[in-house]
Design a protein around this ligand. Structure first.
Ligand SMILES: [Zn+2]
Length: 100
């Protein structure tokens, strides 16, 4: 177990992976919560090894991340009962719609 920074939870703006890592180092954390979209975009651009190297060289672990699902919502999918994401109109989640 290790301590990880959740920048958004304390109002710290980290618009890049590098700024997230720097904030974690500054605060003495061993990990930082990541933005899946930031990571995915960077992997598309520079490759997975490049992204892994950012964390390895800083000695910071990529920790948890948020999901696009609004788990606090009362709106659940009528197919699988999983909470619907905020951008999912209707009564079925995108996964149930995709599977038919
Ligand atoms: Zn579903």
């Amino acid at each position: 177990m290790y301590k990880a920074l959740s920048p958004g939870a304390i109002g710290v703006q980290t618009p890049t992976i590098e700024s997230s890592i720097a904030a974690a180092k500054l605060g003495g954390f061993a990990g930082v919560e990541i933005s899946p979209s930031q990571i995915a975009d960077r992997i598309d651009r520079d490759g997975a090894e490049s992204v892994k190297r950012l964390f390895d060289e800083a000695g910071i672990k990529p920790a948890g991340f948020g999901l696009p699902t609004e788990f606090r919502s009362d709106d659940v999918c009528h197919g699988c009962q999983f909470p619907l994401a905020v951008d999912e109109p209707g009564i079925f989640c995108r996964w149930c719609l995709a599977c038919g």
